[in-house]
Design a binder for this molecule. Structure first.
Ligand SMILES: Cc1cc2nc3c(=O)[nH]c(=O)nc-3n(C[C@H](O)[C@H](O)[C@H](O)COP(=O)(O)O)c2cc1C
Length: 373
């Protein structure tokens, strides 16, 4: 079931797997789709290590790298990481630091052992450029994807000059149109039900509008796809493939602490919320005491991106490493979409791909059978 876009890339199935886990990238690419490594939060050295591993294990298959290359952000004028860190440090109010620390200590989340560990400058141009440079040294990395907004013109040119494709996520129609006008090769259109950063409009409403608005640019449907029936619904709207994030979080290849897996397994589709409390922009995640605490009238409001992400960087790494400690899950960062309610078992990526495609075929048969003669 190759679409034109699949043919352009040379992949068998129109399944794009967003993941932070290198093992998932390799498993999905080997099973006929394409794994895209989420590199936001990685330093260039960490990305190099991950890509070395992927290149060693992926054979002739291809993959992508996703990062966040901002057009505008607070501190844009700061050119070095040190200057940027100093600006961020100074801009975070003491009240926010104390509030964050209290939430973590009340839940019994242990301290990070090495306070001098590198701080990751997620969502900064300084860091993102280094990641793009590293990704483009890899011949099997065939696509760069921007998580937030239209990438700057010089990065688009750099990726094209290297003979690769570049696309970006869009949660609003106007973002997709901006991507097309800037010369991107494809748009990942994410509806509100998806995990991670998500806008207001649901997938069912947004996908067909995006396909029409950016035609003939390929659109990948994201947000709310975790089985073959949902995949068929998306493909019927004229998209060139499906881009899934949540479905892989509980795959056997994904790295996750047992307590985090358990939170995902126990959650229903009603247990997520769009919250600004971790990154400063609305992202969908599991609801818990942390997300509720930031909503209350008597507590500080989340800061804008990238300040909130810088403030909560320590909370994210601590709640992931110590997922099972104390009441950690009450304050943990567990980004996932509404499909969490459908994900009730741990399967390998190969099995997930197999089930997606066989269920897609069954659903298509069902639709064909009800077609009027
Ligand atoms: C845990 C998690 C982290 C995410 N982080 C990013 C990210 O760093 N960059 C990005 O482009 N998208 C990110 N997303 C969004 C995914 O790329 C994808 O669009 C989304 O998961 C699709 O909706 P679904 O969760 O219903 O499959 C993330 C999603 C999840 C679940």
């Amino acid at each position: 079931m190759q679409t034109e876009f699949c043919k352009q890339l040379g992949i068998e199935a129109p399944i794009f797997a967003f993941t932070h886990c290198r093992d998932v990238v390799v498993a999905v690419s080997k099973a006929g789709g394409i794994g895209v490594l989420g590199a936001v939060g990685f330093s260039a050295e960490q990305l190099k290590e991950e890509l070395d591993w992927i290149d060693e294990h992926i054979g002739d298959h291809i993959y992508g790298v996703d990062t966040a290359i901002p057009q505008k952000y607070e501190g844009m004028d700061k050119s070095t990481p040190e200057e940027l860190v100093a600006m961020l440090q100074a801009a975070i109010p003491e009240q926010h630091r104390k509030f964050t620390e209290k939430l973590l200590s009340d839940a019994g989340v242990p301290e990070w052992p090495d306070k001098d560990d590198d701080v990751t400058l997620s969502f900064s141009a300084v860091q993102a450029q280094a990641l793009v440079d590293e990704a483009l040294t890899r011949p099997n990395c065939r696509m760069i994807v921007n998580a937030l907004g239209t990438p700057p013109a010089d990065v688009i040119k750099q990726v094209h000059d290297a003979g690769r494709l570049i696309g970006a996520l869009a949660g609003r129609l106007k973002h997709g149109i901006n991507h097309k006008e800037a010369g991107l090769d494809f748009v990942v259109c994410q509806g509100s039900e998806g995990g991670g950063h998500a806008g207001e409009v649901t997938s069912m409403v947004l996908w067909p509008q995006m396909v029409d608005a950016v035609a003939p640019l390929p659109v990948l449907a994201a947000g709310g796809i975790a089985n073959g029936r949902q995949m068929l619904a998306a493909m019927s709207m004229g998209v060139s493939g499906v881009w899934m994030g949540s479905r892989w979080l509980n795959s056997s290849e994904a790295h996750a602490e047992p307590a985090q897996r358990e939170s995902y397994m126990n959650a229903t589709s009603e247990d997520t919320v769009r919250s600004r409390s971790f990154t400063g922009k609305t992202a969908r995640m599991l609801k818990n005491e942390w997300t509720e605490a930031w909503e209350r009238e008597d507590t500080p409001d989340p800061l804008p991106m990238p300040l909130q992400g810088y403030l909560t960087f320590d909370a994210v790494r601590r709640t992931h490493r110590y997922a099972g400690s104390g009441d950690c899950q009450k304050v943990a960062f567990n980004p996932i979409g509404q499909v969490v309610g459908q994900i009730n078992e741990v399967e390998s990526c190969r099995d997930i791909m197999f089930h997606l495609l066989s269920e897609y075929a069954e659903a298509l048969e069902h639709v064909n059978a009800i077609n009027p003669e």
